[in-house]
Design a protein around this ligand. Structure first.
Ligand code: MN
Length: 595
C-alpha cells in the first residue's frame, strides 16, 4: 500500500532540528578538544575513578571521563556558595555515588551531570546524544525532583508522591538525589542561616526517612545527624563533646567485652569480624528526649556487631551458632531478642539483634549478620539486586560479565523490588513512614502509564476499564481488551503501580453492564450507568413507538391506564418494562395486539 511521505514543511523541520543538534554537538566538542582541567580536579577525577574500579560491578571509564569533562566545561563559569569552582559539587556527588551508594557507572556519570541541564545551557537532547538515554533520563529526573521541591505551594504529600513516581521509573534518579542532598548537607555551613534551617528541616522530614525506606542506612544516618547539627545545635554539641570526653573509657570497655568472645569464636573456626560502633547522634538524642535523661544516663552509646564471611545457608547457620556462643558467655535479655533473618524487614534488612549483660552488669546491644546481609543493611536498594541475582544463579551472568540484556534484567529486578517495597509495606516501618508524610494519599492511589508515557493516577484497585474511561469516554465505551506491560489481562484485572496500560478498542463494542460490578472510579461507574440508562431509555421510546404504530393500525387508542393494566395482565413489572422488551425485540407487539 502507498504511504504518503512527510510534507515539505515537516522535512524542513526535521532537517533543521538535526542540524541544530549536530552543530550543538560539534560546538561542544570544539570546546572539549581544547578544554584544560585544573590539576586539582584531574587529581579528584582519578580518585573518583579509583573508587569506581573498587566498588562498581563494571566501569566504563571513558563514559565517566567524558561526563566529567562535559560537566567541567558546562559549569566553567559557576561557583559554589563556598567560593569553590562549581564542578567540585557534582564531583563530590559522583564520589558519594561511587563510594557510599555503589550502584553503577551510569549513576556516577549522571551524578557528574546532574546539575547541567538546570544550571547551564546544556540541553537534555544534547546529553542524550552524547551519553545515551539512561544518563539523560536520570539527569532529567533529578532536575524534575529539584523543581518539585522549589514549588513550595505543593503540599508535602504531593511532593512525596512525585518523588515516588520519578523513582518508580528509575530508582537511580532517587539515588543521585540522595547523593546530591548528602553533599549539600555536608557543605551546608556555607549557606545563610535561614536556608540552613529550611534545608536541614526538609532533610530530616523527608530525605532521611526516604533513605531509610530504601534501606540506605549509612546515608540515612549521616543525613539525620547533619540535620540535627543545624536544627538542634546545642544538643548536637553536647553529644559530640560528651562522646569525645569518654571515648577512651568506652573503647576500653568494648575491648573488654569483645576480647574473650573473639578468642572463643576464633577457636571455633568462624571467619568473622567483630567491632564496636558508636550509635548515631540522632539515636542518642532521641533516647535522651524520649526517656528524658541526660547524656550520662544513656548507657548504650555504642553497639557491638559481628559480621560473618560465610554465605547462604551456611551464613545463616553461622549467625545462630555465634548467637549461642555469645549468650553462653553473656546472659541475654530475652525481651530484646529480634530475629530479622527468618523474617526480614520490608526494606530487605536481615540481622539477629539481641542485648546481653556484659562486664559490670551493663546491657550491651549486639547485631549478628553475614557480610551479604550487612551490605544490604547499609546500602539497601543499591546492594539488593547484586545478591538477588547471585542467589538465583539464573543464566550465570555475574555482574562483571553482564551483557546489556542482563543489565536490563537487573534493573527490572530492582524496580520490581522497589515497587514491592512501596506497595506492600509491613507494619515495621510503614507506620512510621505514613505518619511522617501523611501518605494515606499514596496508599490509596496507583500510578500507571499510557503507551505514550503519560501518567494516569487512579484509586487502588482500579481496572483497565477505569483506566480507559479516565483517558476518554469513547475509549471506555469501546474497549474490548487490555494489555498491562505488554501482556493481555482481563478487563477486571487490578492494575499495579508502574504498569504501562494499553487499551484495545473496537467501534462495535459497547459497554457491558457487568463492568459496573468491578470498576472503582466514579467516572467509569457513572458513565456505565448513564450508558445503561440511556440505552434503556432509547429502547423504551423505541418500543413505545412500535406499539403505537401497531395499535394505530388496529384503530386502537388506549390511554396510559389501560396500557398499564394490559402490561400487568401480561405479567410485566410495568408498562415501561413492556415497552423495553418490545424495543429490544424480546417481545413481539403483534402478539399483544391480537391478544
Ligand atoms: Mn546538585
Amino acid at each position: 500500500s502507498y504511504l504518503p511521505g512527510p510534507t515539505d514543511a515537516a522535512r524542513a523541520f526535521l532537517r533543521d532540528a538535526r542540524l541544530a543538534m549536530i552543530s550543538a554537538s560539534a560546538d561542544l566538542h570544539r570546546h572539549l578538544d581544547v578544554l584544560v582541567v585544573a590539576p586539582e580536579y584531574e587529581r579528584r577525577l582519578r580518585v573518583l575513578l579509583e573508587h569506581c574500579e573498587r566498588n562498581l560491578p563494571r566501569v566504563d571509564e571513558d563514559l565517566i571521563r567524558r561526563a566529567f569533562r562535559v560537566a567541567y566545561w558546562a559549569h566553567r563559569d559557576d561557583r559554589r556558595a563556598s567560593g569553590e569552582l562549581y564542578i567540585s559539587h557534582p564531583l563530590e556527588v559522583a564520589l558519594i555515588a561511587a563510594k557510599d551508594i555503589r550502584m553503577d557507572d551510569v549513576t556516577v556519570a549522571a551524578a557528574l551531570l546532574h546539575d547541567t541541564v538546570e544550571d547551564t545551557d546544556l540541553s537534555l537532547d544534547l546529553l542524550e546524544s552524547e551519553f545515551g538515554t539512561e544518563v539523560a533520563r536520570i539527569t532529567d529526573g533529578v532536575t524534575k525532583i529539584g523543581s518539585v521541591f522549589e514549588n513550595r505551594a505543593l503540599g508535602r504529600a504531593e511532593n512525596v508522591r512525585k518523588l515516588m513516581l520519578s523513582m518508580a521509573s528509575d530508582v537511580r534518579v532517587i539515588l543521585v538525589k540522595f547523593a546530591d542532598r548528602l553533599h549539600n548537607m555536608r557543605t551546608l555551613g556555607a549557606m545563610p542561616p535561614e536556608k540552613q534551617l529550611r534545608i536541614a528541616a526538609e532533610t530530616q522530614e523527608l530525605f532521611a526517612p526516604l533513605a531509610h525506606r530504601f534501606g540506605l542506612h549509612e546515608v540515612k544516618t549521616e543525613l539525620e545527624d547533619l540535620s540535627l547539627k543545624y536544627l538542634q545545635p546545642e544538643a548536637y554539641r553536647e553529644i559530640a563533646d560528651g562522646l569525645n570526653a569518654k571515648r577512651r573509657q568506652r573503647e576500653r570497655y568494648i575491648e573488654r567485652f569483645i576480647d574473650p568472645l573473639r578468642t572463643e569464636l576464633e577457636a571455633e573456626g568462624f571467619d568473622f569480624h567483630i567491632y564496636g560502633r558508636p550509635k548515631s547522634f540522632t539515636s542518642i538524642y532521641n533516647k535522651m528526649r524520649r526517656q528524658n535523661v541526660e547524656l550520662d544516663e544513656v548507657y548504650d552509646l555504642f553497639a557491638i556487631r559481628v559480621i560473618l564471611h560465610t554465605t547462604g545457608k551456611q551464613g545463616r547457620e553461622d549467625c545462630w551458632r555465634v548467637y549461642s556462643a555469645l549468650t553462653a558467655r553473656y546472659p541475654p535479655l530475652a525481651a530484646r531478642f529480634r530475629d530479622f533473618i527468618s523474617v526480614p524487614k520490608s526494606n530487605g534488612y536481615q540481622s539477629l539483634h539481641t542485648t546481653v549483660i556484659g562486664p559490670e552488669g551493663r546491657a550491651v546491644e549486639i547485631q549478628i549478620r553475614t557480610a551479604e546481609m550487612h551490605e544490604i543493611a547499609e546500602r539497601g536498594v543499591a546492594a539488593h539486586w547484586k545478591y538477588k541475582e547471585g542467589a538465583t544463579g539464573g543464566d550465570g551472568a555475574a555482574p562483571e560479565s553482564a551483557t546489556a540484556g542482563a543489565s536490563e534484567a537487573r534493573i527490572d529486578e530492582m524496580y520490581a523490588w522497589v515497587r514491592d517495597l512501596l506497595e506492600n509495606p509491613t507494619p515495621d516501618d510503614a507506620g512510621e513512614f505514613v505518619r511522617q508524610f501523611q501518605l494515606n494519599l499514596y496508599d490509596e492511589e496507583i500510578y500507571v502509564f499510557t503507551p505514550g508515557g503519560d501518567l494516569v493516577t487512579l484509586p487502588r484497585g482500579a481496572t483497565p476499564v477505569d483506566f480507559a474511561f479516565q483517558i476518554h469516554s469513547e475509549v471506555g465505551f469501546h474497549c474490548i481488551g487490555a494489555k498491562a506491560d505488554g501482556k493481555m489481562v482481563p478487563l477486571s484485572y487490578r492494575l499495579q503501580s508502574g504498569e504501562q496500560v494499553e487499551i484495545l478498542t473496537s467501534k462495535r463494542q459497547t459497554p457491558n453492564p457487568d463492568w459496573a460490578s468491578f470498576v472503582v472510579t466514579h467516572k467509569a461507574q457513572s458513565r456505565i450507568k448513564h450508558w445503561v440508562n440511556e440505552r434503556r431509555r432509547k429502547a423504551v421510546a423505541h418500543g413505545r413507538e412500535l406499539l403505537d404504530k401497531k395499535l394505530a393500525r388496529a384503530k386502537l387508542k388506549p390511554d396510559e391506564q389501560v396500557i398499564n393494566k394490559w402490561a400487568t395482565g401480561l405479567r410485566f413489572a410495568s408498562a415501561q418494562q413492556l415497552f423495553y422488551e418490545i424495543g429490544t425485540g424480546q417481545y413481539d407487539p403483534a402478539e399483544f395486539v391480537t391478544a
